[in-house]
Design a protein around this ligand. Sequence first.
Ligand code: ADP
Length: 254
Amino acid sequence: IILTTMVSFWLISLVASIYLSRWSLKPVLAAYEKEKNFVENASHELRTPLTILQNRLELLFQKPTATIIDESENISQSLAEVRNMRMLTSNLLNLAKRDGGLKVELTKVNQTYFEKIFENYKLLAENSNRAFTSTVNFKDQVRLDESLIKQVLTILFDNAVKYSDDGSQIAIQVEKTGQNLIITTSDNGFGISDADKKKIFDRFYRVDKARTRQKGGFGLGLALAKQIIDACGGRIDVQDNQPQGTKFIIKLRV
Ligand code: ADP
């Protein structure tokens, strides 16, 4: 009896300790998996332009008598890949630098801060055959980090242009309710499915990899935007725009 009790006790504690250790290791394993995915994704994204560049340079070597004019298409495509890599590495550096804690510097701004940014967007939208409208509606001053919030607005505006067709409409609305500044960007572009909405703020997540690469995206923009808004103590959400497209809503305590 003593032996059976001891063996059963030992078996129960063994099963319990395995179960508990798996349970307590779960967050560590999840963080490890996330890190691993990040490194894999970053390496993959860097390898693609590098491979294209290598192929193009090898092709150039095979035509030693060709002139720069003959090969201008090849050279400009190579340059485009170098620019891609630069953009990716600077995005990666930004993300990494900020992982250690993003420094938020608050200053007081009024409506003019937003109006100046939106004047630029209007021109950019016109150049891309999009219509841009904005309404800024708050009194007095609010406290925010001018450079960081501008970065977020630009990410959202660029995406609204990238993920919509010619002739689309983009709108940004800024208003204050109580102590919160609510910034809403909306477009009537391609929209985002409910399943994708849950993932778009993850690093390197892109709904349509082939199309996004063509448009020059790495799936880091919204991750950066969320990192900034989190650091500012706010929140950013995505919704469907009615009847079509996407809406991002930022809530900032100002
Ligand atoms: P990317 O560099 O690919 O644009 P983001 O992190 O900015 O990376 O966006 C992630 C993905 O979310 C994009 O690849 C795109 O599929 C989707 N997305 C972002 N903004 C919009 C939008 N306004 N309309 C439709 N899809 C969008």
